[in-house]
Design a protein around this ligand. Structure first.
Ligand code: FAD
Length: 320
């Protein structure tokens, strides 16, 4: 399988994270079943920087591969890992049948800083893109296709089987000193072989649309999928701002603040995310990637409210 963003209706995709305990596995499998029922182009599974969730990530990816028709996309981080270790990790995922990746450098572990002596052999996501590409090429050296009209000539394709996504930062990476740096980082990832970019969350459609326009002007040609996160409580807003370094969205923060009930806050978050989804799609986004927080109800409500969810073509099967 590979990721196809070219066919209607609006392509959707989801991010989930590996269950933190055995108790969460059954509920997450149920969530995956509901997400798969709306035909997403892929479901991505996060990976703890430093390999903290590696085994559980791969288990969940394998579950998606075996139990659904949806492409599983594996986040991989290389921070703290050696070159040989990253090589082994990529092989392990390929051996399990995973052929779509989100290549990340990852943040330094808690307590370590960017200036620490060893943050891993690979310095950036772009280097991991190259390594995934190389490992795949070594396993399956190349495919050959005749070039029509040129007798005897063949087109050698070394990247027939893996899709490699990368992260993009519409409002700048927290360590960015200038907006150009974020575009340059994305250009480097594209040059290394990335085939798709997925953005960090953002709160206003213009943040994404202006970033895409600047990227295109600078020569980025790969699709840039907007990452949209439904913010369904003031506590979640505070947590994601802390993790992502994004600026406080005053309008959303005030709306969540004055709403006294959890249900009301959830409705505000869904409406905000749905509006954002609609605006970026109207502005030309190639699809919508939703941070699902291992819960299907909220993201499916966002898609319904945004008007991009066609009636499910595959109903969830009964749990055996
Ligand atoms: P790179 O772009 O290669 O950056 C590597 C380092 O270079 C950064 O940490 C930073 O120090 C520096 N840098 C990058 N851009 C700039 C810039 N513009 N200016 C100055 N310095 C810069 N993390 C996880 O641990 N696991 C996950 O599963 C995960 N999934 C993610 C999914 C998405 C869609 C996104 C957007 C982020 C995700 N992250 C995840 C977080 C990500 O690891 C951090 O944002 C990380 O700081 C940057 O990773 P990168 O792959 O983009 O690395």
């Amino acid at each position: 399988m590979s990721i196809d963003l070219s066919t209607p209706p609006v392509p959707i995709s989801f991010e989930v994270y590996p269950p933190r305990s055995d108790a969460g596995v059954a509920a997450l499998h149920e969530t995956i079943r509901h997400l798969a029922a709306v035909d997403p182009r892929f479901i991505s599974v996060t990976y703890g920087a430093g390999g903290s969730t590696g085994g559980r990530s791969l288990e969940l990816l394998t579950h998606i591969l075996r139990e659904t028709h949806v492409e599983p996309l594996a986040h991989l981080t290389c921070v703290g890992n050696t070159y040989a270790g990253a090589n082994t990790l990529i092989r392990e995922f390929l051996d399990a049948g995973i052929t779509s990746f989100l290549a990340l450098r990852g943040d330094p572990p808690a307590g370590a800083s960017e200036d620490d002596a060893f943050l891993g052999d690979l310095g950036s996501a772009a280097e991991l893109v190259q390594l995934i590409d190389r490992v795949q090429a070594e396993r399956e050296p190349y495919t050959e296709a005749p070039i029509p009209g040129v007798p005897g000539a063949v087109r050698v394709d070394r990247r027939a089987r893996v899709d490699i996504a990368v992260a993009a930062f519409p409002n700048g990476h927290p360590r960015s000193r200038h907006a150009f740096e974020d575009i340059d980082a994305l250009l480097a990832k594209q040059a290394a072989g990335a085939t798709l970019a997925i953005t960090q969350l953002f709160f206003h459609a213009d943040d994404y649309l202006a970033f895409v326009a600047r990227s295109r002007q600078a020569g980025v040609t790969i699709p840039i999928l907007p990452g949209i996160m439904p913010i369904t409580s003031g506590a979640r807003l505070r947590r994601v701002l802390e993790l992502s370094g994004e600026a406080l969205p005053a309008d959303l923060a005030i709306a969540l603040d004055v709403e006294p009930t959890a249900e009301g806050q959830r409705d505000i978050g869904i409406a905000h995310a749905a509006r954002l989804a609609r605006e970026v799609v109207d502005g030309g986004a190639p699809g919508i990637h939703l941070y699902a927080f291992n819960n299907h109800d909220t993201v499916l409500a966002v898609l319904r409210e945004a008007g991009v969810l066609v009636p499910a073509t595959r109903m969830p099967q009964a749990v055996h």
